[in-house]
Design a protein around this ligand. Structure first.
Ligand code: F3S
Length: 78
């Protein structure tokens, strides 16, 4: 299963919880806001990506499956 993270970057307020959980996936800019609008989840990073996605209090991060459906439960690692 391939997953994608999609981020509503304009509504990030810089909580940085995503980056604290998975700094290698959720990169911040120099001001502390999320630096990306999304990325394909690398193989083996599914759980870290999901945990990062649900950590955002603003709910600006979504993890989508290959069908474009939002992932609501912890995925199994590939
Ligand atoms: Fe922004 Fe949410 Fe991360 S507000 S820095 S996307 S925890």
């Amino acid at each position: 299963m391939t997953y994608r993270i999609v981020i509503d970057k304009e509504h990030c307020v810089g909580h940085a919880r995503c980056a604290n959980i998975a700094p290698h996936l959720f990169k911040l800019d120099e001001s502390g806001y999320i630096a990306t609008r999304g990325f394909d989840v690398p193989e083996g990073e599914e759980i870290a990506a999901f945990r990062g996605s649900i950590s955002c209090p603003e709910r600006v991060i979504k993890m989508l499956d290959a069908d474009g459906q939002q992932v609501k439960k912890t995925p199994r690692s590939a």
